[in-house]
Design a protein around this ligand. Sequence first.
Ligand SMILES: C[S@@+](CC[C@H](N)C(=O)[O-])C[C@H]1O[C@@H](n2cnc3c(N)ncnc32)[C@H](O)[C@@H]1O
Length: 389
Amino acid sequence: MTLTQVPAEQKRHKRELHGLIREAIQQKNGFIAFDEYMQMALYTPGLGYYSGSLAKFGAAGDFITAPEMGDLFAGCLAAQTAQILESLQGGVVLEFGAGSGALAAGLLNELDTLGVLPEQYLILELSGELRVRQKETIKSRAAEHFSRVRWLDTLPVNLCGVVVANEVLDAMPVKVFEQDASGKVMEMGVGYAEANDEQTPFRWLPGEAGAELNSAVQALNLVLDGNSYRSEIAFQAPAWIESLSEVLEQGAVLLIDYGFRQAEYYHPDRDQGTLMCHYQHRVHPDPFFEPGFQDITAHVDFTAVALAARRAGFDLAGYATQGAFLLSTGLLDRMALDGSTKAQLELAQQAKKLTMPHEMGELFKVLALTKNFTQPLCGFEQQNHLNRL
Ligand SMILES: C[S@@+](CC[C@H](N)C(=O)[O-])C[C@H]1O[C@@H](n2cnc3c(N)ncnc32)[C@H](O)[C@@H]1O
Protein backbone atom coordinates (compact mmCIF):
# COMPACT_ATOMS: atom_id res chain seq x y z
CA MET A 1 0.00 0.00 0.00
CA THR A 2 1.36 3.45 -0.90
CA LEU A 3 0.82 6.15 1.70
CA THR A 4 1.33 9.81 0.87
CA GLN A 5 4.07 11.36 3.00
CA VAL A 6 3.47 14.52 5.01
CA PRO A 7 3.77 17.74 2.99
CA ALA A 8 7.09 19.62 2.77
CA GLU A 9 5.92 22.44 5.09
CA GLN A 10 5.67 19.91 7.93
CA LYS A 11 9.31 18.84 7.52
CA ARG A 12 10.59 20.96 10.43
CA HIS A 13 8.05 19.48 12.82
CA LYS A 14 8.93 16.03 11.52
CA ARG A 15 12.71 16.54 11.93
CA GLU A 16 12.27 17.88 15.47
CA LEU A 17 10.37 14.79 16.61
CA HIS A 18 12.79 12.48 14.77
CA GLY A 19 15.65 14.26 16.57
CA LEU A 20 14.09 13.74 20.00
CA ILE A 21 13.41 10.05 19.37
CA ARG A 22 16.92 9.58 17.98
CA GLU A 23 18.40 11.22 21.11
CA ALA A 24 16.40 8.89 23.34
CA ILE A 25 17.66 5.90 21.33
CA GLN A 26 21.28 7.11 21.52
CA GLN A 27 21.05 7.72 25.25
CA LYS A 28 19.92 4.11 25.71
CA ASN A 29 22.71 2.56 23.67
CA GLY A 30 20.79 2.21 20.42
CA PHE A 31 17.56 0.62 21.71
CA ILE A 32 14.35 1.95 23.23
CA ALA A 33 11.34 -0.15 24.14
CA PHE A 34 8.35 0.19 21.82
CA ASP A 35 6.16 1.72 24.54
CA GLU A 36 8.69 4.52 24.94
CA TYR A 37 8.67 5.12 21.17
CA MET A 38 4.84 5.08 21.09
CA GLN A 39 4.68 7.50 24.01
CA MET A 40 6.96 9.94 22.17
CA ALA A 41 5.26 9.54 18.78
CA LEU A 42 1.81 10.21 20.27
CA TYR A 43 2.37 12.47 23.25
CA THR A 44 5.57 14.56 22.93
CA PRO A 45 4.30 18.09 23.77
CA GLY A 46 3.63 20.07 20.59
CA LEU A 47 5.02 17.35 18.32
CA GLY A 48 3.32 14.04 19.15
CA TYR A 49 0.27 12.95 17.17
CA TYR A 50 -2.20 13.73 19.97
CA SER A 51 -0.29 16.75 21.29
CA GLY A 52 0.23 18.47 17.94
CA SER A 53 -2.17 20.52 15.84
CA LEU A 54 -3.36 17.88 13.33
CA ALA A 55 -7.06 17.37 12.60
CA LYS A 56 -6.98 13.71 13.79
CA PHE A 57 -10.74 13.05 14.15
CA GLY A 58 -13.42 13.28 11.47
CA ALA A 59 -13.40 13.41 7.68
CA ALA A 60 -10.43 15.85 7.53
CA GLY A 61 -8.38 13.72 9.93
CA ASP A 62 -7.31 10.09 10.11
CA PHE A 63 -10.19 8.21 11.73
CA ILE A 64 -13.75 8.62 12.96
CA THR A 65 -14.78 7.62 16.47
CA ALA A 66 -18.36 6.86 17.57
CA PRO A 67 -19.07 10.32 19.08
CA GLU A 68 -17.90 11.96 15.83
CA MET A 69 -20.64 10.25 13.82
CA GLY A 70 -23.50 12.14 15.46
CA ASP A 71 -25.41 12.23 18.73
CA LEU A 72 -26.75 8.67 18.79
CA PHE A 73 -23.80 7.22 20.72
CA ALA A 74 -23.77 10.07 23.27
CA GLY A 75 -27.56 9.78 23.65
CA CYS A 76 -27.35 6.09 24.57
CA LEU A 77 -24.38 6.61 26.88
CA ALA A 78 -26.36 9.40 28.56
CA ALA A 79 -29.15 6.93 29.40
CA GLN A 80 -26.61 4.75 31.27
CA THR A 81 -24.97 7.75 32.91
CA ALA A 82 -28.35 9.15 33.99
CA GLN A 83 -29.31 5.87 35.66
CA ILE A 84 -26.12 5.94 37.75
CA LEU A 85 -26.33 9.66 38.65
CA GLU A 86 -29.99 9.29 39.60
CA SER A 87 -29.24 6.37 41.85
CA LEU A 88 -26.35 8.28 43.47
CA GLN A 89 -28.63 11.33 43.81
CA GLY A 90 -25.94 13.51 42.25
CA GLY A 91 -22.30 13.24 41.34
CA VAL A 92 -19.98 14.28 38.56
CA VAL A 93 -18.96 12.93 35.15
CA LEU A 94 -15.23 12.56 34.46
CA GLU A 95 -14.28 12.00 30.82
CA PHE A 96 -10.78 10.87 29.87
CA GLY A 97 -9.27 11.80 26.51
CA ALA A 98 -12.28 13.78 25.29
CA GLY A 99 -11.09 14.08 21.67
CA SER A 100 -12.88 16.88 19.83
CA GLY A 101 -15.35 17.40 22.71
CA ALA A 102 -18.25 15.88 20.75
CA LEU A 103 -19.09 13.27 23.40
CA ALA A 104 -19.00 15.85 26.21
CA ALA A 105 -21.37 18.18 24.32
CA GLY A 106 -23.73 15.34 23.39
CA LEU A 107 -23.77 13.89 26.92
CA LEU A 108 -24.42 17.24 28.57
CA ASN A 109 -27.30 18.06 26.22
CA GLU A 110 -28.95 14.68 26.66
CA LEU A 111 -28.43 14.58 30.44
CA ASP A 112 -30.14 17.98 30.54
CA THR A 113 -33.09 16.60 28.55
CA LEU A 114 -33.29 13.70 31.01
CA GLY A 115 -33.17 16.17 33.93
CA VAL A 116 -30.01 14.60 35.40
CA LEU A 117 -27.21 17.08 34.77
CA PRO A 118 -24.02 16.26 36.67
CA GLU A 119 -22.78 18.72 39.28
CA GLN A 120 -19.64 19.11 37.14
CA TYR A 121 -18.34 17.66 33.90
CA LEU A 122 -14.63 17.07 34.37
CA ILE A 123 -12.24 16.39 31.49
CA LEU A 124 -8.76 14.95 31.84
CA GLU A 125 -6.99 15.53 28.54
CA LEU A 126 -3.26 15.10 27.92
CA SER A 127 -3.16 17.32 24.84
CA GLY A 128 -3.23 21.12 25.20
CA GLU A 129 -4.32 21.47 21.58
CA LEU A 130 -7.27 19.12 22.10
CA ARG A 131 -8.33 21.05 25.22
CA VAL A 132 -8.69 24.14 23.05
CA ARG A 133 -10.73 22.22 20.49
CA GLN A 134 -12.94 20.72 23.21
CA LYS A 135 -13.67 24.20 24.58
CA GLU A 136 -14.72 25.40 21.12
CA THR A 137 -16.97 22.38 20.52
CA ILE A 138 -18.72 22.60 23.90
CA LYS A 139 -19.17 26.36 23.56
CA SER A 140 -20.78 25.96 20.17
CA ARG A 141 -22.87 22.82 20.78
CA ALA A 142 -23.69 22.95 24.50
CA ALA A 143 -23.09 26.61 25.41
CA GLU A 144 -25.50 26.70 28.36
CA HIS A 145 -23.58 23.88 30.06
CA PHE A 146 -20.09 25.26 29.46
CA SER A 147 -19.79 26.66 32.99
CA ARG A 148 -20.20 23.12 34.37
CA VAL A 149 -17.13 21.86 32.49
CA ARG A 150 -13.72 21.88 34.13
CA TRP A 151 -10.42 20.71 32.66
CA LEU A 152 -8.10 18.94 35.09
CA ASP A 153 -4.35 18.40 35.08
CA THR A 154 -4.44 15.57 37.57
CA LEU A 155 -6.96 13.08 38.89
CA PRO A 156 -9.46 14.56 41.35
CA VAL A 157 -9.89 13.01 44.79
CA ASN A 158 -13.00 11.47 46.42
CA LEU A 159 -14.85 11.11 43.14
CA CYS A 160 -18.52 10.18 43.17
CA GLY A 161 -20.21 9.69 39.79
CA VAL A 162 -19.43 8.27 36.35
CA VAL A 163 -16.06 7.95 34.61
CA VAL A 164 -16.17 7.62 30.81
CA ALA A 165 -13.31 6.66 28.50
CA ASN A 166 -14.09 6.06 24.83
CA GLU A 167 -11.15 4.75 22.79
CA VAL A 168 -8.64 5.79 25.44
CA LEU A 169 -7.19 2.40 26.43
CA ASP A 170 -6.24 1.63 22.80
CA ALA A 171 -4.17 4.84 22.69
CA MET A 172 -2.01 3.86 25.68
CA PRO A 173 1.54 2.77 24.83
CA VAL A 174 2.16 -0.99 24.69
CA LYS A 175 5.20 -3.26 24.84
CA VAL A 176 5.79 -5.51 21.85
CA PHE A 177 7.24 -9.01 22.31
CA GLU A 178 8.16 -12.00 20.24
CA GLN A 179 8.29 -15.52 21.64
CA ASP A 180 10.14 -18.09 19.54
CA ALA A 181 9.22 -21.74 19.12
CA SER A 182 11.53 -22.69 22.02
CA GLY A 183 9.64 -20.33 24.34
CA LYS A 184 12.34 -17.64 24.57
CA VAL A 185 10.87 -14.13 24.85
CA MET A 186 12.42 -11.08 23.18
CA GLU A 187 11.29 -7.49 23.59
CA MET A 188 10.73 -5.83 20.20
CA GLY A 189 12.10 -2.31 20.52
CA VAL A 190 13.16 0.50 18.25
CA GLY A 191 16.55 1.26 16.74
CA TYR A 192 17.82 4.11 14.58
CA ALA A 193 19.24 4.02 11.06
CA GLU A 194 20.46 6.95 8.93
CA ALA A 195 17.88 7.70 6.24
CA ASN A 196 16.97 10.35 3.70
CA ASP A 197 13.82 12.48 3.97
CA GLU A 198 11.70 9.90 2.19
CA GLN A 199 12.70 7.02 4.42
CA THR A 200 11.91 6.31 8.02
CA PRO A 201 14.98 6.43 10.29
CA PHE A 202 13.47 3.98 12.79
CA ARG A 203 13.31 0.21 12.65
CA TRP A 204 12.35 -2.79 14.74
CA LEU A 205 15.17 -4.07 16.92
CA PRO A 206 14.92 -7.15 19.14
CA GLY A 207 16.35 -6.93 22.65
CA GLU A 208 16.44 -9.02 25.82
CA ALA A 209 13.05 -9.08 27.57
CA GLY A 210 13.17 -7.76 31.14
CA ALA A 211 11.87 -9.88 34.02
CA GLU A 212 8.40 -8.24 34.11
CA LEU A 213 7.76 -8.69 30.38
CA ASN A 214 9.19 -12.20 30.39
CA SER A 215 6.98 -13.43 33.21
CA ALA A 216 3.89 -11.68 31.78
CA VAL A 217 4.40 -13.43 28.42
CA GLN A 218 5.15 -16.81 30.02
CA ALA A 219 1.90 -16.46 32.02
CA LEU A 220 -0.06 -16.20 28.76
CA ASN A 221 0.85 -19.81 27.88
CA LEU A 222 0.82 -19.08 24.16
CA VAL A 223 0.33 -21.93 21.71
CA LEU A 224 3.54 -21.70 19.68
CA ASP A 225 2.97 -24.48 17.13
CA GLY A 226 6.61 -24.49 16.01
CA ASN A 227 6.43 -20.81 14.98
CA SER A 228 7.33 -17.58 16.67
CA TYR A 229 4.50 -15.45 18.05
CA ARG A 230 4.44 -11.67 18.16
CA SER A 231 2.01 -9.49 20.07
CA GLU A 232 1.67 -6.69 22.59
CA ILE A 233 1.13 -6.27 26.32
CA ALA A 234 -0.26 -3.09 27.84
CA PHE A 235 1.34 -2.39 31.21
CA GLN A 236 0.02 1.18 31.36
CA ALA A 237 -3.63 0.16 31.31
CA PRO A 238 -3.59 -1.78 34.64
CA ALA A 239 -1.64 1.04 36.30
CA TRP A 240 -4.25 3.54 35.05
CA ILE A 241 -7.10 1.35 36.38
CA GLU A 242 -5.39 1.22 39.76
CA SER A 243 -5.10 5.01 39.91
CA LEU A 244 -8.82 5.29 39.04
CA SER A 245 -9.73 2.93 41.83
CA GLU A 246 -7.85 5.09 44.30
CA VAL A 247 -9.99 8.13 43.46
CA LEU A 248 -13.47 6.69 42.75
CA GLU A 249 -15.35 6.44 46.04
CA GLN A 250 -18.74 5.55 44.57
CA GLY A 251 -20.09 5.10 41.07
CA ALA A 252 -19.03 3.48 37.81
CA VAL A 253 -16.36 3.49 35.12
CA LEU A 254 -17.51 2.89 31.53
CA LEU A 255 -14.70 1.76 29.22
CA ILE A 256 -15.54 1.56 25.53
CA ASP A 257 -12.96 0.31 23.08
CA TYR A 258 -12.07 -2.24 20.44
CA GLY A 259 -10.60 -5.46 21.70
CA PHE A 260 -11.18 -8.99 22.86
CA ARG A 261 -11.05 -11.24 25.89
CA GLN A 262 -7.59 -12.74 26.42
CA ALA A 263 -8.26 -16.13 24.81
CA GLU A 264 -9.16 -14.35 21.56
CA TYR A 265 -6.52 -11.65 21.85
CA TYR A 266 -3.69 -14.19 22.03
CA HIS A 267 -5.33 -16.71 19.70
CA PRO A 268 -2.76 -18.84 17.83
CA ASP A 269 -3.95 -17.31 14.52
CA ARG A 270 -3.28 -13.74 15.72
CA ASP A 271 0.49 -14.26 15.70
CA GLN A 272 1.31 -10.77 14.45
CA GLY A 273 -0.54 -8.96 17.25
CA THR A 274 -2.98 -6.09 16.87
CA LEU A 275 -0.74 -3.05 16.47
CA MET A 276 -2.40 -0.76 13.95
CA CYS A 277 -1.82 2.72 12.53
CA HIS A 278 -4.35 5.19 11.14
CA TYR A 279 -3.29 7.73 8.56
CA GLN A 280 -5.69 9.66 6.35
CA HIS A 281 -8.40 6.99 6.79
CA ARG A 282 -6.06 4.18 5.78
CA VAL A 283 -5.19 1.41 8.25
CA HIS A 284 -1.72 -0.12 8.05
CA PRO A 285 0.75 -1.94 10.33
CA ASP A 286 3.91 0.27 10.13
CA PRO A 287 4.42 2.33 13.35
CA PHE A 288 7.55 3.94 11.88
CA PHE A 289 5.77 5.63 9.00
CA GLU A 290 5.66 9.40 9.68
CA PRO A 291 5.82 9.35 13.51
CA GLY A 292 3.87 12.27 14.95
CA PHE A 293 1.55 12.34 11.94
CA GLN A 294 -0.30 9.07 12.35
CA ASP A 295 -2.20 7.36 15.13
CA ILE A 296 -0.69 4.19 16.60
CA THR A 297 -3.00 1.86 18.51
CA ALA A 298 -3.35 -1.65 19.87
CA HIS A 299 -6.54 -3.54 20.65
CA VAL A 300 -7.52 -3.91 24.30
CA ASP A 301 -7.12 -7.17 26.25
CA PHE A 302 -10.34 -6.85 28.28
CA THR A 303 -9.51 -9.86 30.47
CA ALA A 304 -6.32 -8.13 31.62
CA VAL A 305 -8.26 -4.91 32.27
CA ALA A 306 -10.93 -6.80 34.24
CA LEU A 307 -8.31 -8.64 36.33
CA ALA A 308 -6.51 -5.38 37.07
CA ALA A 309 -9.84 -3.81 38.04
CA ARG A 310 -10.66 -6.62 40.47
CA ARG A 311 -7.20 -6.46 42.01
CA ALA A 312 -7.64 -2.70 42.43
CA GLY A 313 -10.91 -3.13 44.34
CA PHE A 314 -13.54 -2.59 41.63
CA ASP A 315 -16.57 -4.81 41.11
CA LEU A 316 -17.18 -5.95 37.54
CA ALA A 317 -20.68 -4.85 36.58
CA GLY A 318 -20.97 -5.58 32.88
CA TYR A 319 -19.24 -6.62 29.68
CA ALA A 320 -21.07 -6.48 26.37
CA THR A 321 -20.52 -5.72 22.72
CA GLN A 322 -21.07 -2.07 21.80
CA GLY A 323 -24.02 -3.15 19.63
CA ALA A 324 -25.77 -4.90 22.55
CA PHE A 325 -24.98 -2.05 24.97
CA LEU A 326 -26.47 0.57 22.63
CA LEU A 327 -29.60 -1.51 22.05
CA SER A 328 -30.02 -1.88 25.84
CA THR A 329 -29.68 1.87 26.31
CA GLY A 330 -32.47 2.77 23.89
CA LEU A 331 -30.90 3.04 20.45
CA LEU A 332 -34.10 1.84 18.74
CA ASP A 333 -36.27 4.38 20.61
CA ARG A 334 -33.94 7.14 19.43
CA MET A 335 -34.36 5.95 15.86
CA ALA A 336 -38.12 6.35 16.12
CA LEU A 337 -37.92 10.09 16.81
CA ASP A 338 -39.70 12.33 14.31
CA GLY A 339 -37.57 14.12 11.78
CA SER A 340 -37.10 14.78 8.08
CA THR A 341 -36.38 11.87 5.76
CA LYS A 342 -32.79 13.10 5.48
CA ALA A 343 -32.40 13.14 9.27
CA GLN A 344 -33.93 9.65 9.51
CA LEU A 345 -31.53 8.37 6.87
CA GLU A 346 -28.55 9.86 8.71
CA LEU A 347 -29.69 8.26 11.96
CA ALA A 348 -30.06 4.90 10.22
CA GLN A 349 -26.50 5.20 8.84
CA GLN A 350 -25.13 6.01 12.29
CA ALA A 351 -27.02 3.15 13.91
CA LYS A 352 -25.72 0.74 11.29
CA LYS A 353 -22.09 1.77 11.81
CA LEU A 354 -22.38 1.65 15.59
CA THR A 355 -24.15 -1.69 15.92
CA MET A 356 -23.64 -3.95 12.89
CA PRO A 357 -21.28 -6.88 13.61
CA HIS A 358 -19.05 -6.15 10.59
CA GLU A 359 -18.76 -2.45 11.56
CA MET A 360 -18.24 -1.36 15.21
CA GLY A 361 -20.99 -3.49 16.79
CA GLU A 362 -18.95 -6.59 17.73
CA LEU A 363 -15.31 -5.53 17.79
CA PHE A 364 -16.05 -2.67 20.19
CA LYS A 365 -16.92 -3.68 23.74
CA VAL A 366 -18.20 -1.90 26.82
CA LEU A 367 -16.75 -2.89 30.19
CA ALA A 368 -18.35 -1.40 33.32
CA LEU A 369 -16.56 -1.30 36.68
CA THR A 370 -18.31 -0.18 39.84
CA LYS A 371 -17.45 0.88 43.38
CA ASN A 372 -20.01 0.86 46.19
CA PHE A 373 -22.75 0.59 43.57
CA THR A 374 -24.87 -2.53 43.38
CA GLN A 375 -27.82 -1.62 41.14
CA PRO A 376 -27.73 -3.60 37.85
CA LEU A 377 -26.74 -1.32 34.96
CA CYS A 378 -29.34 -0.80 32.23
CA GLY A 379 -26.71 -1.07 29.47
CA PHE A 380 -26.22 -4.78 30.13
CA GLU A 381 -29.88 -5.84 30.27
CA GLN A 382 -29.77 -7.58 26.88
CA GLN A 383 -26.25 -8.99 27.15
CA ASN A 384 -23.75 -9.43 29.94
CA HIS A 385 -20.75 -11.58 29.04
CA LEU A 386 -18.70 -11.09 32.21
CA ASN A 387 -18.47 -14.86 32.61
CA ARG A 388 -16.68 -15.11 29.24
CA LEU A 389 -13.82 -12.78 30.17
C1 LIG B 1 -8.54 7.69 19.87
S1 LIG B 1 -8.59 9.17 20.80
C2 LIG B 1 -10.27 9.11 21.34
C3 LIG B 1 -10.84 10.48 21.59
C4 LIG B 1 -12.28 10.54 22.05
N1 LIG B 1 -12.48 9.87 23.30
C5 LIG B 1 -13.24 10.03 21.00
O1 LIG B 1 -13.85 8.99 21.23
O2 LIG B 1 -13.37 10.66 19.96
C6 LIG B 1 -7.64 8.79 22.21
C7 LIG B 1 -7.62 9.84 23.29
O3 LIG B 1 -7.12 9.27 24.50
C8 LIG B 1 -6.30 10.24 25.14
N2 LIG B 1 -5.49 9.56 26.17
C9 LIG B 1 -4.63 8.54 26.04
N3 LIG B 1 -4.10 8.20 27.23
C10 LIG B 1 -4.67 9.00 28.16
C11 LIG B 1 -4.55 9.14 29.58
N4 LIG B 1 -3.73 8.36 30.28
N5 LIG B 1 -5.27 10.08 30.19
C12 LIG B 1 -6.12 10.87 29.49
N6 LIG B 1 -6.28 10.80 28.15
C13 LIG B 1 -5.56 9.87 27.50
C14 LIG B 1 -5.57 10.87 23.98
O4 LIG B 1 -4.97 12.09 24.33
C15 LIG B 1 -6.72 11.04 22.98
O5 LIG B 1 -7.45 12.22 23.23
